[in-house]
Design a protein around this ligand. Structure first.
Ligand SMILES: *Cc1c(COP(=O)(O)O)cnc(C)c1O
Length: 391
């Protein structure tokens, strides 16, 4: 039956428990940030083992809060990679800071610590305040070296954890290693609230600043205003803050999704292992970057260009024509008009590893509710396409 139907790139796993949770908030009369949010934050912090977790309305807003609290401002700079979603770097620009780009490692797609060190060495005049590693696909960066470099240069580490819930290394969960971790609950991420995010930290001062900036720069949260004995209308404003809070409708969904996270995680790992086994005997596919504790948010299939007579775009198009929902992660930022015009040395030639990764990677469907039949069909289409174009 599924033989001729399209396989979507992603489909969120929403069950009756998720539906009921949202419905009960709708019926409770309290729709925005309140006790569901507080409970979600507590449960999330317990899961990734951090002291604090702050629910926000997207990873992007969480990134702005974290950068702002870490001192990212006009006259400063952050270090990240061009191989990420654009919001990672755009947040620094919103705050008036510059972005210094490090290349990725050829094999892991993670920010290259050697390249970070080179940036520090070559930019002594810049006031660099943070390194922003991105755990691409859920495969955690070399945090040991990144933390060492950060300590040496006295800068903060802000982990972009949009892909890495629940990735875990011997240093701990992604998002608990640096000064802050920013998760995304966007519709296609490993757990979802449709739109949403979470900032984790163990730093009380950062937590306080982010809590206030999350809601207009108020010294009190909405929930506190309506539940504490202090007059509800009374508050102070300590800075021109943002409006980045998460409504309880979404937090309730986040809580049920979180309760299913281990089940999702197991299925993703099983599906990824199936792909890996299936592609192990082909010479035109290289297996994705992987390491212990990978959350397998994305299956980044790498084509071996030397074994094929076509490029990535043709391969991707033919998979789509066969009904396989694919994507490409990521278009490196130096490919975009805004970013390449911003810095004159921000070119493909200066980032050979990011360019190479981009030119040969196709992201295959990988979501918990995929059936065995679907997985087999994806494999079959990839193999047929590869054989048709074998060099
Ligand atoms: C999805 C994503 C984001 C942005 O997440 P939102 O919740 O949509 O703001 C940031 N960084 C990376 C690497 C992402 O994949």
């Amino acid at each position: 039956m599924e033989e001729n139907t399209n396989i979507p790139f992603f489909k969120a796993s929403i069950n009756e428990q998720d539906e009921q949770a949202v419905l009960s908030v709708l019926r409770s009369g309290w729709l925005t940030t309140g006790k569901e949010c507080l409970a979600f934050e507590k449960e999330f912090a317990a899961k990734v083992k951090t002291q604090y977790a702050l629910a926000v309305n997207s990873n992007t807003s969480g990134m702005i809060l974290a950068m702002e609290a870490c001192g990212v401002a006009p006259g400063t700079a952050v270090i990240t990679t061009p191989y990420t979603f654009v919001s990672t770097a755009a947040c620094a620009r919103h705050l008036g800071a510059d972005v210094l780009f490090a290349d990725i490692e050829k094999d892991t797609y993670s920010i290259d610590p050697d390249s970070i060190e080179k940036i520090f060495a070559q930019n002594p005049q810049k006031k660099i305040v943070a390194i922003v590693p991105v755990h691409i696909g859920g495969n955690v960066c070399n945090m040991e070296r990144i933390m060492r470099i950060a300590k040496e240069h006295k800068v903060r580490v802000i982990e972009d954890c949009a892909h890495s819930f629940p990735s875990r290394t011997k240093l701990g969960y992604a998002g608990s290693i640096g000064d802050c971790g920013i998760f995304s609950f966007y519709a296609t991420k490993t757990i979802t609230t449709a739109e949403g995010g979470m900032v984790t930290t163990n730093d009380e001062q950062l937590c306080k600043r982010m809590t206030q900036m999350r809601l207009h720069g108020m010294d009190r949260t909405t929930w506190d205003r309506y539940t504490s004995p202090r007059a509800s209308w009374e508050y102070d404003i300590i800075a021109p803050g943002y409006k980045f809070n998460m409504p309880d409708i979404l937090a309730a969904l986040g809580r049920t999704q979180l309760s299913r996270a281990d089940e999702f995680d197991t299925k993703r790992k099983q599906h990824a292992a199936f792909y890996n086994r299936a592609f192990a005997d082909t010479d035109f596919v290289e297996l994705p970057p992987d390491s212990e504790g990978n959350s397998w948010h994305l299956y980044l299939m790498r084509l071996n260009n030397e074994k094929l007579d076509c490029d990535r775009n043709t391969f991707a198009k033919e998979l789509q024509q066969a009904g396989i929902g694919i994507s490409v992660h990521f278009i490196p930022l130096f490919q975009f008009t805004y970013w390449k015009n911003l810095y004159k040395d921000f070119t493909a030639e200066n980032y050979p590893n990011a360019m190479k990764a981009y030119s040969r990677t196709i992201t295959l469907p990988l979501w918990p509710d995929m059936t065995q039949q679907m997985l087999e069909r994806v494999v079959q289409c990839v193999k047929e396409t590869g054989e048709r174009h074998h060099a």
